[in-house]
Design a protein around this ligand. Structure first.
Ligand SMILES: NC(=O)c1ccc[n+]([C@@H]2O[C@H](COP(=O)([O-])OP(=O)(O)OC[C@H]3O[C@@H](n4cnc5c(N)ncnc54)[C@H](O)[C@@H]3O)[C@@H](O)[C@H]2O)c1
Length: 291
């Protein structure tokens, strides 16, 4: 068990699958108590049990946090159980469509705004009064796509750019109370989203995603969780208003250099987080793919 987050209380939205599962398990390993949020059907109870079996502490809150009552209830539940809140992780989000802008169904646009933008706004709004008491911090899931744009799901890229600017504004506004706010901005990560079998990508997009990464591979959920743990900890006490890229060099790459990576470089590092739900995030969700 680590000590980076000893005695901290954290809420992780969308914590049942993918990167969220890794954040929950990493934070628990570092000594935090976790409230794991997820939609109905997400394996949040399974993640909480795995944390308890590993000697950590976690509770769950099922609910769609783009709904005002659910967002408020999520924060209230953490306070009621643990008496304080140190860390809010706005990880919940969706990427449900692969279509050009003129083909994008309007209801898909609305769904991305609801799950990616509205949820993070509501959770931050209700968490801030508690974060001020602990001089805590909030981290939102940005994206490389929020910096460079996301072709074939342009609204998604827009929602992530919103989160970058939202966190910068919160950082400057709340610094006077000792509250920090940052974004983690991953490139393609090995979750349901980046595989043609499970995500809103086809074979061409999947190939293009990987060839844009100088490391020539997806990042692992654990590699992203490591950065969340650092930013959430007191080790990052002078980091606020940052958009922390975890994209294997995708953003500065000017061409498809992924093919240059040597075989030993494109092998992901091992981790000991024992993840079971990395590829389940889009189970039962409706995807739109228009070629
Ligand atoms: N996978 C990637 O390549 C990648 C890249 C950049 C950024 N990200 C960001 O990381 C975050 C996690 O992505 P992931 O790949 O682990 O996907 P994922 O689908 O495995 O995880 C997202 C989780 O959020 C939950 N969720 C969605 N809307 C919700 C809501 N309104 N209320 C509560 N829970 C909700 C989902 O059910 C799911 O469990 C997302 O915000 C995503 O934008 C992912």
């Amino acid at each position: 068990m680590g000590i980076k987050l000893k005695d901290k209380v954290a809420i992780v939205t969308g914590g049942g699958t993918g990167i969220g599962e890794a954040i929950c398990k990493k934070f628990a390993r570092e000594g935090a108590k976790i409230l794991i949020n997820g939609l109905s059907g997400d394996p949040i109870k399974d993640v909480a049990k795995a944390i308890a079996d590993d000697g950590g502490e976690a509770i769950t809150f099922e609910g769609d946090v783009s709904d005002e009552a659910a967002a408020r209830g999520c924060v209230d539940t953490a306070i009621k159980r643990y008496g304080k809140l140190d860390i809010l992780i706005n990880n919940a989000g969706v990427l449900l469509a692969n279509a050009q802008t003129d083909d994008m169904p309007i209801e898909m646009f609305d769904e991305h705004i609801r799950c990616n933008v509205r949820s993070a706004f509501l959770m931050t709004k209700y968490a801030l009064p508690h974060l001020r008491k602990t001089r805590g911090n909030v981290i939102s899931a940005g994206s490389e796509g929020g910096v460079n744009g996301q072709p074939r799901n342009t609204p998604y890229g827009g929602t992530k750019a919103f989160l970058h600017a939202f966190m910068m504004g919160v950082a400057v506004e709340q610094a006077q109370y000792g509250v920090r706010a940052n974004c983690v901005a991953p490139g393609p990560i090995d979750t349901a989203w980046t595989h043609k079998e499970t995500g809103a990508v086809d074979a061409k997009v999947e190939k293009a995603l990987l060839s844009s990464v100088p490391f020539g591979r997806r990042g692992t959920p654990a590699e992203v969780a490591n950065v969340y743990a650092f930013l959430a900890s007191d080790d990052a006490s002078y980091v606020t208003g940052a958009v922390w890229l975890v994209d294997g060099g995708t953003t500065p790459a000017k061409s498809a250099v992924g093919g240059l990576a040597r075989r030993e470089i494109s092998k992901p590092p091992a981790n000991d987080l024992d993840l079971h739900h990395s590829h389940e995030g889009l189970k039962d969700k409706e995807l739109v793919k228009i070629s």
